[in-house]
Design a protein around this ligand. Structure first.
Ligand SMILES: [Zn+2]
Length: 271
């Protein structure tokens, strides 16, 4: 999984250790030698415990590109430990520029914490290799009513300020040939939330990923969220929130289907 890099910023050597997280999964963790021997802080949870499907992630990424809703990304050629090392170095520079004293023991490890948080936690969804495993089952029972998963937690970050977007997603679909485990819908929402986002694109990415996996357009995604860049800076509006939706197939064309979905989520949107 780890590849030796020819990047000039690459660290000279690294060792790989296995950590066992709370779920009993083994997470491969790279500990960087040399200038930052303790890049991985024991008190920090490391993501990647869930099962991933890189092959599916690659196909979904390609599909989003075709639909024009992909996150603008470039191929850096950097592996994760190279990313952490470079981010830590640059974040230290930001802190020093702000006049913070990095020799203080409370601040000393912040650049490493931020680097780990960016790569392994809040932005892990930038890497298609981290796409959740989403096995579908054949719709043998012929279930053809609406399946609604409500109140899915959305913890994301706005791509304009890198501050929190905090909200809920409600996702519905009408099964055709395939049925997806409900927790997988949560995983897909989480995956796309874990990248710098705008809410409109997040909504579209969830919609098209599900449309690809379930092979249907009969999908509805509605997200309402508070944007902390609006709440804590700029206009400082503490009460406003943003609602976005993407409706396809029957949800778009059939007003009864659309109403059924909206009724089901209405109570929780205004809660
Ligand atoms: Zn913002």
């Amino acid at each position: 999984m780890k590849s030796k890099s020819s990047n000039p910023n690459a660290i000279s050597s690294s060792i790989v250790v296995n950590k066992i997280n709370g779920n009993g999964f083994h997470d491969e963790v790279v500990v960087v030698n040399g200038s930052s021997p303790d890049l991985y802080l024991d008190d920090e949870p490391v993501r990647r415990s869930q099962k991933t499907d890189p092959e599916l992630g690659k196909r979904v990424a390609q599909f989003l590109l075709e639909k024009g809703v992909a996150t603008p990304q470039i191929e850096t050629g950097l592996n994760d430990d190279e990313k952490r090392t470079i981010i830590a170095r640059n974040f230290a520079e930001i802190m020093r520029t702000l006049g913070l004293d990095l020799s203080d023991d409370s601040l000393a490890d912040t650049p490493k914490r931020v680097a780990q948080m960016y790569v392994d936690e809040i932005f892990f969804g930038l890497d298609w290799r981290n796409f959740p495993k989403c096995t579908t089952v054949e719709n043998k029972m012929g279930y053809s009513s609406m399946v609604i998963e409500r109140n899915i937690n959305v913890q994301s970050n706005c791509e304009h300020h890198f501050v929190i977007i905090d909200g809920r997603a409600h996702v519905a679909y009408i099964p055709k040939k395939k049925v997806l485990g409900l927790s997988k819908i949560n995983r897909i929402v989480e995956y796309f939330a874990k990248r710098p986002q705008i809410q409109e694109r997040l909504t579209e990415q969830i919609f098209y990923a599900l449309s690809y996996i379930l092979d249907t357009e009969d999908i509805a995604v509605l997200i309402h969220a508070k944007h902390y860049c609006v709440k804590s800076r700029g206009v400082e509006d503490v009460n406003s929130d943003t609602v976005t939706s993407k409706l396809g197939g029957a949800f778009l064309l059939n007003s009864a289907t659309r109403s059924e979905f909206m009724r089901a989520v209405n109570g929780v949107v205004n809660a």
